[in-house]
Design a protein around this ligand. Structure first.
Ligand code: ADP
Length: 479
């Protein structure tokens, strides 16, 4: 219920936020935003970590440059004209702190004082001091300045190394621009990917919708991915099976209603005949009553099949396994048929073959097979029932007939629900088309191997195997 509500609400807006496509787009976008933020963060971090070092190296470089020229006679001229690192400044102080030369943009003397306080006038110490919230990198050199006379001097090289310099600002701005562009591009790419990925899913969704509306002729579009293709194929197979079942069901209803109608009409007419005409004539009455009885029997068979089938189809039954003598069971079932002397029955049964099986269900299997053999045995009226052990520790039960046989292309189909062979729609052989599917369901539940061999015009041989429950015991009993 919740799902339905949510879905309706969101689909009204045009974007279904619970759709696969949207989720995919969203997650891809989140990933790309995270990637960009990580890039930004790492960029800034590395800037913070290495900027200080960079500044100190700059200061060191300029200090070395000054050392190189300080003993030259045109030292001051060189200082004034040489192009030093832009951010780096310096001051040359005579001993006694009077300036000889300086390159500065507002550098405060007290920073030099602070430096001297910290380092006691040591030479060549490259370090970073924090003065009034700003950071300064310092290097102080002891130099012999040659300016006509030899002057002992100190050279202070320093650079403002605040965390946020213009360079850092430019870097940050560039990072942010790149990040925005990358985010926009990745959102677009995510949109394209999600559209592309969700397209085949939408197609499968459409197929399922068609199925729900009862359209079994599904159009399978371009699936693109093997998983979706599998799904689409499964759906179209399901559709095919559903449509087959639907056809078979319709056929069954048509057959069953026809098969129910005919005996009912006959029963009604013969009962009326007895009431109006033959009631007094015992011979005629018995003849008519016999018709009523056999038609009622036919109805019984049909209704029983339907009842059995619906119970078995519901598949809720559990097997009630007991040890039973399969030969004895088969003989008992066959005996129900042998009362009809018009048939030539051959029953060859090995006694004492015990199997673990559900008595009622196996009885039903044997009954359905023999009933089919009797039904379809045709002119020769031969029905053979055999029970014997094979040499793999199993019992084989065979039911043969001399009937019309089954065409090879129909052999696999006869086990399906409602299936009746093409040449089997004469009223005399009226069945529900359910007998063999009941047999199949029960034998499968017993994990029993089963099958049929048949030759058109010669007859059929239906068989199944059940494992002997205790081989030794059976052998002993046989000897
Ligand atoms: P039905 O109630 O129609 O006999 P079944 O499921 O028992 O239904 O059998 C399915 C179909 O298989 C039958 O309609 C018949 O066409 C074919 N069939 C079954 N048993 C035999 C047999 N012994 N000989 C020939 N055809 C058979």
């Amino acid at each position: 219920m919740m799902m339905k509500k949510r879905r309706n609400k969101s689909s009204k807006k045009g974007i279904d936020i619970y759709s696969f496509g949207f989720s995919l787009w969203f997650y891809l976008s989140v990933v790309s935003v995270i990637a960009v933020l990580a890039y930004l963060f790492l960029g800034l971090l590395s800037n913070l970590l290495f900027y200080q070092e960079l500044k100190e190296n700059e200061v060191k470089g300029v200090a070395n440059d000054i050392i190189d020229i300080c003993s030259d006679s045109d030292f001051l001229f060189q200082l004034a004209t040489k192009e030093f690192e832009e951010d780096v400044e310096f001051a040359v102080l005579r001993k006694g702190s009077t300036y000889v030369y300086y390159k500065s943009t507002g550098f405060d003397d007290r920073y030099i004082v602070t430096y001297l306080e910290e380092y006691g006038g040591q030479d060549n110490v490259v370090t970073t001091l924090k003065i009034d919230n700003d950071r300064y990198s310092f290097c102080v050199l002891d130099a012999l300045v040659n300016e006509g006379e030899v002057v002992q001097a100190k050279v202070f090289v320093y650079s403002k190394a605040v965390i946020r310099t213009t360079t850092t600002n430019i870097l940050i701005r560039t990072f942010v621009y790149i990040a925005v562009v990358v985010v926009i591009i990745s959102l677009l790419i995510a949109l394209i990917i999600s559209k592309k990925l969700s397209k085949p899913l939408k197609m499968v969704g459409e197929m399922a919708k068609q199925l729900a509306t009862g359209n079994y002729e599904l159009d399978v579009g371009e699936a693109q991915y093997s998983e979706v293709e599998d799904l689409a194929n499964t759906l179209s197979l399901t559709a095919k099976q559903l449509s087959q079942t639907e056809d078979l069901k319709n056929e069954l209803i048509a057959n069953v209603s026809h098969d129910l109608k005919t005996p009912l009409t006959l029963i009604k007419s013969y009962a009326e005949m007895i009431r109006d005409l033959s009631g007094e004539d015992p011979e005629k009455r018995n003849e008519h009553l016999q018709v009523i009885i056999s038609e009622a029997e036919r109805l019984n068979v049909l209704v029983n099949d339907l009842v059995d089938y619906s119970r078995i189809e519901a598949s809720k039954y559990e097997l009630n396994l007991t040890e039973l003598d399969i030969g004895k069971l088969v003989k008992q079932v066959a005996a129900r048929f042998t009362v009809d002397i018009n048939y030539r029955f051959e029953i060859v049964v090995t006694n004492g073959l015990n199997v673990l099986a559900d008595y009622g269900k196996i009885t039903q299997v044997v009954y359905n097979l023999i009933a089919n053999a009797v039904n379809y045995t045709a002119n020769e009226m031969y029905v053979g029932v055999f029970v014997f052990p094979d040499n793999a520790g199993r019992v084989k039960v065979e039911v043969k007939d001399s009937g019309m046989g089954i065409a090879s292309e129909e052999l696999a189909l006869i086990w399906n629900r409602y299936y009746r062979t093409k040449n089997n729609h004469t009223r005399g052989k009226a069945g529900s088309g359910l007998g063999l599917s009941i047999v199949k369901s029960i034998l499968e539940k017993h994990n029993a191997e089963f099958g049929v061999e048949s030759e058109v015009g010669k007859g059929s041989n239906f068989y199944f195997f059940l494992p002997l429950s205790s081989l030794e015991k059976n052998l002993k009993e046989q000897h």
